[in-house]
Design a protein around this ligand. Sequence first.
Ligand code: EPZ
Length: 422
Amino acid sequence: MSQLVVMGNTSLKGEIKASGSKNSVLPILAATVMIEEPVVIKNVPELRDVQTMISILQQIGKTVSFENETVTVMPGEILVGNVPYELVKKMRASFNIIGPLAMICGWAKVGKPGGCNIGQRPVDFHLKGLEAFGFRITEEHGDVMAVIPNSFEKEIVYALPFPSVGATEQLMTTAALMEGSKITIENAAREPEISDLQNFLNACGAQIAGASTPTIKITGVRNLHGSEYSVIPDRIETGTYLLGTIATKGDVKIHGTRSDHLISLLSILEEMGAGIEKGQDYLHAFWKGPLKPVRISSEPYPGFPTDLQPIITAVLATVEGTSVIEENVFENRFGYVDELNRMGARIKVSSSHANICGVDKLSGAEVVAPDIRAGAALVIAGLAADGETIINNVTHLFRGYERFQEKLRTLGAKITFYPDEE
Ligand code: EPZ
């Protein structure tokens, strides 16, 4: 298993630049399936998940190049309608291909994603939405088959049971090409990545309005043209480094960020007594003295982001007093708590709540990273702890954090990566 060895008692200090948003690039790349002209996407982070999505596009017939943070997607001669499970199981977001691919090929067959360490993660909202659009959906041998109808209803309204990010993106993208139809998605997710996707699709000639609100309206058009688009910075990466700075009593400035995408985190950090300076396009975090315990509930945007829940828990583990974290998005996102407790944290989990009783200091230990964000939480805990922490299964990290080791070393971290034995 790949390992990251982290030396403790390190304060993160210095300046880094935010990377482009992974969770913006992935749905935008999925949408390029529907565009028969060249598309240029800039500010793309070099991540395994981006590579996976690129290989899926190549597999179905697109010609894709990726250099200097720029992905160019050229139309392919033929597009095939199926995406094998071995690619879908590597990354759940690849399921967002099924609607766009069906719109182009008339049908699409995509492996149904499995669960992961943070929950079952079904795709029923995606499928019910496509059925509401008139698609015929069948499932067999672990694959989902979607077939478009001969014609679409003129007016379609679909209310999501929960503001699912992926389902909102899938349905908004698919609806863009439903020519002659007016589609309303209610109870839509409001994340900044949804607005980024809307802006990209409209730059390609789509007619979509309402992203960032619970109601998104789409007027289907005949086709989409090529465009050049630069994605937003990664708010979860930025939040991770801000929290790492505070956990290690450091002082870090992150350039190329959007503080308006992190309002809930920034207000919690200020409530905790952390030093925060918001610039036009940078955020500066610094240690001001002992932090205060807080109560946090993770919620769909604009609430506190579930992806930062493991990471702020690692910070609160050494904040005097009792903090409480409630996880309201995923049903199983406290898997990392046992690992933090191995490092001396005193955290009790009961159903969707974690009660954190702050201790003076964590101590380095050998731990296992269950997913991307929990992995980052364990790295941050290791930087602040006494002694050395060995984190196993760290390849998750490279799916979500561009140049993770390089950025941490720039900020003074002493870390060594031991790849999987081949
Ligand atoms: C996106 O996942 C992000 N991934 C996740 O980030 C993020 O944690 C999540 O949104 C919530 O913000 C990408 O954007 C690639 P959801 P997604 O659909 O779309 C349930 C990371 O580390 N649900 O909003 O899969 C689901 O089980 C990742 O970057 C259904 O029940 O999340 C969950 O409990 C982790 N049926 C809740 O809704 C469905 O059809 C929210 O899921 C879809 C979702």
